[in-house]
Each structure stands twice: as C-alpha cells, then as structure tokens.
Design a protein around this ligand. Structure first.
Ligand code: SF4
Length: 142
C-alpha cells in the first residue's frame, strides 16, 4: 500500500517540481508589500478567501507584471484593474515603486520568508508615498 503513495526515486524530481509549481504564486509589485498587512478584510467573500488561501500556502512566488493571483479573485478585475477610473495606471505605478524599494525585478522568484525580512526596511518610504493615498489605510493602521 505504501508503495502506491510514495513516488519511486526516479519520480522524486517530478514530485518536487509539481509541489513547487503548486506553491509558486504570481504576485505583482505592490502585493509583495500589501499582502503582509492583510487583516481579513477585502472586497467580497471570494476575494478574502483567496487571500486567506494564498497566505496559508505561500512558500515561494514569482514577481509578475499586471494582474496576479490576488487580482484573479477580485471583483474589480476586468482584464485590467478597474477599481476606479485611473486605477490601472495608478496601480502599475505602485507596482514599480514597490519593486524599486524591494530591489526585485519582474520574473524573479522569491521565497516568501526572505521577502518578509525585507519589508520592515522599506516601510518608512512605502507609508509616506503609497499608504497615504490608499483606501485600505484605515485597516492597516487599526
Ligand atoms: S483592485 Fe485592482 S490591483 Fe487590487 S486586487 Fe483588484 S484588480 Fe488587482
């Protein structure tokens, strides 16, 4: 029975690759920072559950441009960020700012725990520029 669930030695590589793929989330720039401050709030139930699931399973991530695995369950995802009239442009600027502060680039793969260690060092600048205009500021400050 055990042999059925434990991969043969030659299959270990595939087994591990599959596990990495499952846990390899795609996150855009500003979500690399903002996800650290999730307090259970969100646009709707589906959005909140997706965030909870992401944070429960996240180990490694790939930095992406544009819509990511958070946007995937967002009611404002219209194939672009449709949160407000100028949000697509504003959110992309936030992404770029986050990448610049964190010194990471699109396409990089990062360990979530390594990323978290960097967050404290960038928060002073992030708060001054990004948080000031954010509708969720009250949630993070609470
Ligand atoms: S509001 Fe825009 S950037 Fe934020 S999760 Fe929704 S689609 Fe993505």
């Amino acid at each position: 029975m055990i042999l059925k669930v434990i991969p043969w030695r030659s299959d270990w590589k595939n087994f591990l690759a599959k596990k990495i793929t499952i846990n390899m989330l795609k996150l855009r720039g500003h979500h690399l920072i903002c996800l650290n401050f999730f307090r259970g709030h969100g646009y709707d139930k589906k959005f909140v559950e997706n965030l909870q699931n992401i944070l429960k399973n996240i180990e490694e991530l790939e930095v992406v441009e544009g819509l990511d695995d958070v946007c995937r369950a967002c009611p404002h995802n219209a194939g672009f960020c449709n949160y407000s009239r100028d949000s697509e442009k504003e959110v992309k600027a936030l992404d770029d700012f986050a990448l610049e502060l964190l010194k990471v680039k699109i396409g990089m793969r990062l360990k979530w725990n390594d990323l978290r260690m960097k967050i404290t060092g960038v928060m002073e600048k992030w708060r001054k520029i990004a948080c000031m205009k954010c509708d969720w500021k009250g949630v993070c400050d609470a």
